[in-house]
Design a protein around this ligand. Structure first.
Ligand code: PLP
Length: 398
């Protein structure tokens, strides 16, 4: 992650490097045991056994059962499958039950700070299927307003196809009270999807204990190659596939499975969780040293997100008076690699939408900076980052 004079990578929420152990575990399934896991011959069976073992390990580490796991091409696909697939399946059931199906207006409830993979999937349902999309507000720390959620769910439970709320926010690291969200939605008979892309491998996830219906994860956030992920979805939850084909993955994700990818997902998640168990307190301590250091060094700086309910390796700030974009460029020149919010807005330096939903003025939200890491920072790394931020702010006239 760092060297004394090289780049210090503080952009783990965007993506992480792939561990050598993950590559080593994946390699045999691209060379010797390369067969299609659906093939009946011996090499095919070897591949199928590896896929099963990966599914079992992956599920256990997320508090799920092996048959909950649908392997996908990453977080975006998992979110799309959950939001569109569950909403369309439930809409179909509502139509069948309705006396006048033509007047049925299905709804979907999401939080105001969802990632575009969820928010745009909901917008797609609105555009093409006439869904009403309800966006539940958040407070100034990005925590969902549970009373507003309760009111919205209760307003029309029979028309509400799904509630989708992220476990941890990508821009400000806030962790949502998912157990409360599930309690509220289930009391009205509405299933819950949780986007756990930023949380998986960082904080414990117990899908079945929490009674969550569907949960999305993405491998490249915890050390697999990009383009690997999973949707965990309970068999009780109605869901339509988005891809038609050979019926792999319980018919929900057709296409020959990526056995090497599934093996990589299982190994990387297992490794991340083991690391987290051992270093969680250390990671939080280094995050808090960094936060204190930045707030002390730049009096105008303010922490964004929830100070307590936040990801262990996530520090995010606003620096009113400078733009996050200018800060990023200046910090990059000083060897600090970080981001202004969401990396998923392909090269666009847009105002982080979560900060707007938290009630910040666009001119202030534009000054956002996000520092994210999966391993505890050394004191030297903290000092180097704080010094670079102070110098950048001074250079930019703050
Ligand atoms: N959901 C959240 C909260 C994310 O942060 C991201 C990516 O950053 C995604 C979904 C999309 O995941 P992927 O990059 O695997 O498509």
């Amino acid at each position: 992650m760092s060297s004394d004079d090289g780049e210090l990578y503080l952009d783990a929420a965007s993506t992480e490097p792939v561990g050598r152990d993950v590559i080593d575990a994946m390699l045999p399934f691209m060379t010797d045991a390369y067969a299609n896991p659906a093939s009946v011959h011996r090499t095919g069976k070897t591949a199928a056994q590896a896929l099963d073992a990966a599914r079992r390990s992956f599920a256990a580490n997320l508090g799920a059962r092996p048959d909950d796991v649908i392997f996908t091409s990453g977080g975006t696909e998992s979110d799309n499958l959950a939001v569109k697939g569950i909403a369309l399946a439930r809409m179909e059931r509502m139509r069948r039950a309705a006396t006048d199906a033509s007047s049925l207006c299905p709804r979907i409830i999401i939080s105001a700070v969802e990632h575009p993979a969820v928010a745009e999937s909901a917008a797609w349902l609105e555009r093409f299927f006439g869904f009403e999309v309800v966006r539940v507000p958040v407070d100034s720390t990005a925590r969902i307003d549970l009373e507003a959620l309760d009111r919205e769910v209760a307003a029309a439970p029979e028309r509400t196809a799904l509630v989708s709320v992220m476990l941890a926010n990508n821009e400000v690291g806030t962790i949502q009270p998912v157990a409360d969200v599930v309690r509220i939605a289930h009391a009205a008979g509405v299933p819950v999807h949780v986007d756990a892309v930023q949380a998986a491998g960082q904080i414990p996830i117990r899908m079945r204990d929490w009674d969550v219906d569907a949960l999305s994860v993405s491998g490249h956030k915890f050390g697999t190659p990009k383009g690997l992920g999973a949707l965990l979805v309970r068999s009780r939850t109605p869901i339509e596939p988005l891809l038609s084909g050979g019926g792999q993955e319980r018919g929900l994700r057709s296409g020959t499975q990526n056995v090497a990818g599934a093996v990589g997902l299982a190994i990387a998640l297992d490794g991340s969780i083991a690391f987290m168990r051992e270093h969680h307190a250390e990671l939080i301590a280094s995050r808090d040293r960094l936060i204190r250091g930045v707030l002390d060094a730049v009096p105008q700086a303010r922490l964004t997100g929830d100070p307590e309910h936040r990801l262990p390796g996530h520090a995010s700030f606003i620096f009113p008076g400078v733009t996050g974009e200018a800060l990023l460029v200046d910090l990059d020149a000083r060897g600090i690699e970080c981001s202004s919010g969401s990396a998923c807005a392909v090269g666009r330096h847009e105002i982080p939408p979560t900060l707007l939903a938290m009630g910040l003025e666009p001119s202030v939200a534009k000054s956002a900076l996000r520092l994210t890491f999966r391993r505890p920072l050394s004191d030297a790394d903290v000092n180097r980052t704080v010094t670079a931020i102070r110098r950048s702010c001074t250079a930019l006239g703050l």
